[in-house]
Design a protein around this ligand. Structure first.
Ligand code: ZN
Length: 292
C-alpha cells in the first residue's frame, strides 16, 4: 500500500535525522500572523520597507514606526502553534542540528526551542545603529506613546511582521483618507509631528533588530547555518516559499553537498526541483505526525 505524504515524512525523518530545519512565514499563519506572499509565491501586498529607506528617509522611518506601533501587539500577543511545539519535540529527541528561521516573530523561542538561529533577526528587540545597545521592543512601544500620545488613537488592520495598515481617519484629525491607505495618502499632519524616540543611551537612531528588505544577513550567521547543515543528515524546510535568496541558499547548499531535502509548504517553492520529498500540506499536521 502506498504511503501517505505524512508517513513519507515520518520515514524521511527516521532515515536521515538529525535534520537541519529551515522555517518561514507559513509556519506562523496558524498563530494568526500574516504572510507577504500567496501560494504562487507572489507578493500579496506592497513590499515591506527597505533598510536603505529606513536609514535615509525620515518620512519612511516615521511611517514605519506609526504602522508598527499599531501592528506590534499582534506579534507581542501571538502564541506558538502545534508546528512550533512539534519542532521543540524534535530538538528534545536529539533529531535536530539547528532550527534556522526566516521568521522575526520569536515564536520558536517562545515555544521553548533552544537551537534557534534567527536568520532575519527578532522583532522583540530594537537596536541602536550608533552604539549597538539593544532594548526590548516593548520599551520602544512605551516610548513611542510617551512621545506621541496621538498614536494611542490610531487603529489599523494587522499586516505581516508587526506592520499594520493604519486607518489614519480615526486618528483624531480631520483627514478622510481611503482605507487602507496607499503610501501617498498617509496623513501628513500626524507624520510631520511624529517624534521618533532616540536611543536612551546615546540619542542614536533606533531600528528594529531585524534584517529589512534589501539588507544582508551577517556572514557569521550564514556560516553557522551552513555548519549546522553540514552536521545534518538532511534539510527539512517548513512553511517557506524560499523566494528570498537568504533562505534559498540553504536549499542550494544542501543540494550541493548531496543532502536529501524535504519541503512542507502549501504553495510552490523556489527549491521544488531540488526536493527529495515534497508535501503540499499544513505544517502543523505534517510535523506533528512526523514527530510522533
Ligand atoms: Zn545608542
Amino acid at each position: 500500500m502506498a504511503l501517505t505524504p505524512n508517513q513519507n515524512l515520518h520515514d524521511f525523518m527516521t532515515r536521515y535525522a538529525p535534520v537541519c530545519v529551515l522555517t518561514g512565514a507559513g509556519l506562523s499563519v496558524a498563530s494568526g500572523l500574516g504572510t507577504y506572499r500567496n501560494d504562487d509565491g507572489q507578493w500579496t501586498r506592497q513590499q515591506p520597507i527597505s533598510g536603505q529607506d529606513f536609514r535615509t528617509k525620515v518620512e519612511a522611518r516615521k511611517r514605519y514606526w506609526a504602522r508598527s506601533y499599531v501592528g506590534w501587539p499582534s506579534v507581542e500577543n501571538a502564541k506558538p502553534n502545534r508546528a512550533h511545539y512539534a519542532l521543540v519535540k524534535l530538538e528534545k529527541s536529539g533529531l535536530l542540528t539547528a532550527l534556522v528561521t526566516q521568521n522575526v516573530d520569536g515564536l520558536h523561542t517562545l515555544a521553548g526551542q533552544h537551537k534557534t538561529i534567527d536568520l532575519h533577526g527578532n522583532l522583540h528587540r530594537v537596536i541602536c545603529l550608533n552604539c549597538g545597545q539593544r532594548l526590548q521592543r516593548k520599551r520602544m512601544q512605551s516610548m513611542l506613546l510617551e512621545y506621541n500620545p496621538i498614536l494611542g488613537n490610531l487603529r489599523g488592520v494587522d499586516a505581516p511582521d508587526g506592520d499594520s495598515d493604519v486607518d489614519w481617519s480615526k486618528s483624531g484629525t480631520q483627514s478622510h483618507q481611503k482605507f487602507p491607505p496607499d503610501d501617498d495618502a498617509i496623513d501628513s499632519t500626524i507624520l510631520s509631528r511624529l517624534i521618533i524616540p532616540p536611543c536612551p543611551h546615546c540619542d542614536g537612531m533606533l531600528k528594529p533588530d531585524v534584517v529589512f528588505f534589501g539588507e544582508n544577513v551577517e556572514r557569521k550567521i550564514v556560516d553557522s547555518c551552513f555548519e549546522s547543515l553540514e552536521r545534518a543528515g538532511a534539510l527539512l524546510i517548513a512553511g517557506s516559499s524560499l523566494m528570498v535568496y537568504s533562505g534559498y541558499r540553504f536549499a542550494k547548499r544542501a543540494a550541493e553537498i548531496n543532502l536529501p531535502i524535504a519541503i512542507i509548504n502549501r504553495g510552490i517553492t523556489r527549491a521544488d526541483s531540488l526536493a527529495t520529498l515534497r508535501l503540499h500540506t499544513d505544517c502543523g499536521d505534517a510535523l506533528q505526525f512526523a514527530t510522533e
